[in-house]
Design a protein around this ligand. Sequence first.
Ligand SMILES: [Zn+2]
Length: 307
Amino acid sequence: MKLLIIGWDGATYNHLEKIKPKFYRKLHRQIFLPEPFWQKREVDSGAAWTTITTGKSFFEHKVLSISGKLENETLFKLFSKLDFLIPSNLFGKAVKFWLMSKLFYKHPPLSNDVKFPRIWELIPNSLAWGVPVTHPPKPIYGVWVSGMPYPDSYGVYPKRIEGKLKKIYSGELKRGSDLKEYKKKMFEEHFKEVKAIKWLYDNFDFNFAFIVFTLPDRFMHVEEEWEKIEKMYEIVDESTGELVEHMQPEEVVILSDHGMKKEKRAKWVHIHDSKQGIIASTNPKLLVDTHLDLFDRVLNWWKSETS
Ligand SMILES: [Zn+2]
């Protein structure tokens, strides 16, 4: 295995620098920013991961969020001129988010809406795992397991391994009314996905993997207590170390689409912080400043390594 990229959705630079978990602290690391448009706004995971994996601005790939596409560009551009006037949090109500959902969130984006190749489509023997806005999976020379949003279950290419995979890992949890149960189950599902990824690695011959763990984002949206958040980071760091141990990649990149900051709004206790995303790597040459730069950097590195 040559390169393993693991996304820690929502992992926050200042949290990680405070905790310095075991695997993370050994890497070269820096802040990872979204494209300029989102640096002053709350970037959504759908828009961010699509830019990271295609190298294209969201004005090109048109994925606005995991709930909506950029369908009415004229209206969106007008909205973007005025959006700084709309409070994102008015007495704990998500005003801006609500307005955006009314105006723009009509159809959740699918993989086919993105008209550019994803990085794993250009590297043979790849694994794509759980990356937001990659459903349904497309045929590739490798394995593609789709991420949110999907109807009731994720998709798998090649189809013949779907049944086996779903016996190990059943997919992302829905937030129910029992918050305590939801938080507990999130970790159980995380351990199952790690197990499923190991099973895939044992049965295929991957050269490259792009994996996203959504646990940090999901957990921090609903958890306030710092000790528990610290523990969550340690768990994600440990799973990452385990996968590295198992897959023996030559290089590793860990990255997040945005950080999180404490703020009570609607049903959340932390919200996205566009300026606190992270990128960390065994190889300082793979560190880039913004979401727009990762795709080319990785492909160029790949070409120079394999030519
Ligand atoms: Zn995210």
